[in-house]
Design a protein around this ligand. Structure first.
Ligand SMILES: C[S@@+](CC[C@H](N)C(=O)[O-])C[C@H]1O[C@@H](n2cnc3c(N)ncnc32)[C@H](O)[C@@H]1O
Length: 433
């Protein structure tokens, strides 16, 4: 994005809007929320992709609030711009851009109280642009490396255009008595679209334009244009959730200008993390990437079999033709689904060897699994670091310093790719806790 790109940014009249709280779902005693009912949204061509005849949706009137308001109820949904945007602000005031957010009140408070917030978004080494968006052989647009990128290097970091809840609010159901499940879902999608529209209106013209230009693979299932774009392009926001971390219905999703152009592969070459203090997503290489190579992340769980992955990818309209799917066999399915278990077993053997060096070490089994992982393109698994560490430890114990250093170096790069920090920095931080 060019500097000055948002020179025309319009200031907000108010700091935010609070949608009416949902009376039926107060937080539990510990401040957490009960899971929302899991609603499977339709995809593909849906014959009745609209609310039933004569249905009039609840119009939402939010309460406007100013920048110093912090007492919105836990249960209220807040529409707010982060970092906050002053009247007449331009990109010169906030070169890292703003994120339009639809959040529960307590989530906004959590973001604002993150130490360092709003930190500036991390820059690539030397401020170089490592990516470009262009036509992809997989169809539509994709993102490509403009220079060789080493494992662990930052490719791009950006603030999302929009952060919004992944699940629907319960309120809309109150008006839906007598409707079938399918009809209720259509009603919910329409009402959610109207609420999302309020957030879109609050965006700068440039951000709204960038958002609406993103791909939409949900044009025939009743999703409105905004919801369709969110469903096609959303990244789950790690660390942001209303209930329990594992409860997807209360998680948040982010749509980004550049990173939402990245296509899917079951053998991804990038990894991303969310940095709350800068409110940005950081994309790093998980293996060395050549100039011109397309960048991929995985939209599905890569530790599942090919047919299970195909099921997860269907809502995106993807019939995956990545090397991991084209070359899938019984053996690769087994490797993926049993990978974690195999690593755990090697780790247990390693601990036995650490206590009693007369026992067999795990060098051969670790190196064999590392080779299998690299061949299948699964090095984005966080447990890969464990294997690298175990190999380095065994080499080090046998005074094979060169080999130990080689694997420590790989471990360090892997750690940078996952956490943005070197393994020494990560060890220092965890020791200081
Ligand atoms: C997040 S967008 C990715 C960017 C998109 N290609 C574009 O033109 O903006 C997701 C959509 O891209 C397409 N897509 C992504 N990965 C794909 C793949 N591996 N094979 C086929 N289509 C893919 C699908 O239409 C999917 O719904």
């Amino acid at each position: 994005m060019k500097r000055g790109f948002l020179k025309t940014a319009k200031a907000k009249k108010t700091e935010g809007i609070a949608l009416p709280p949902v009376a039926s779902t107060p937080p539990n005693g510990d401040g957490s929320f009960a899971p929302r009912p899991h609603i499977k949204l339709p995809y593909g061509k849906v014959e009745t992709a609209r609310p039933p005849e004569g249905f009039v949706s609840n119009k939402v009137f939010g309460r406007e609030f100013s920048g110093d308001t912090v007492d919105y109820s836990e249960n209220a949904i807040i529409l707010t711009t982060l970092p906050s945007m002053n009247l007449g602000a331009t990109l010169d005031d906030e070169p890292d851009n703003w994120t339009e957010c639809i959040l529960a009140g307590h989530i906004k408070r959590r973001i604002l109280s993150t130490p360092g917030f709003p930190r500036s978004v991390e820059k690539t080494a030397g401020g170089k642009v490592n990516h470009r968006v262009g036509p992809s052989p997989f169809g539509g647009l994709g993102v490509f490396a403009t220079r060789p990128v080493r494992t662990g290097d930052l490719i791009v970091a950006e603030r999302p255009l929009l952060i919004s809840p992944r699940g629907f609010r319960e309120a809309v159901l109150s008006s839906s008595k007598g409707l079938t499940q399918e009809e209720m879902i259509q009603v919910q999608m329409q009402e959610w679209e109207e609420q999302l529209g309020i957030a879109l209106k609050r965006m700068t013209d440039e951000n709204r334009k960038a958002f609406m230009a993103l791909a939409n693979s949900h044009t025939e299932d009743g999703s409105g244009p905004i919801l369709g774009i969110i469903r096609t392009n959303g990244y789950k926001v790690p660390g942001l959730y209303d209930g329990h971390e594992d409860d997807d219905t209360r998680a948040y999703t982010a749509v980004l200008n550049i990173m939402s152009r990245i296509n899917h592969s079951c053998s991804p070459n990038t990894r991303h993390r969310f940095d709350m203090a800068s409110l940005s997503f950081e994309l790093r290489a998980i293996r060395d990437i050549k100039k011109g190579e397309e960048l991929f992340y995985s939209y599905c769980d890569i530790f599942r079999t090919k047919s299970e992955r195909a099921e997860e990818l269907a809502p995106y309209g993807i019939v995956c033709a990545c090397p991991g799917c084209v070359g899938a066999t019984k053996e690769t399915d087994l490797l993926r689904s049993e990978l974690e278990k195999r690593i755990e077993k090697i780790q247990a053997d390693h601990h036995v060897w650490m206590k009693d060096r007369s026992r067999p070490n795990v060098l051969a089994s670790s190196l064999k699994l590392i080779a299998e992982i690299e061949k299948e393109g699964l090095s984005s698994t966080p447990s890969f670091a464990l294997l690298l560490g175990m190999v380095a430890a065994v080499y080090s114990a046998s005074d094979n310093t060169n080999s130990a250093m080689k694997y420590l170096d790989q471990l360090n790069n892997h750690c940078r790719a996952s956490t943005g920090r070197s393994s020494e920095q990560v060890a220092l931080r965890s020791n200081s806790k």
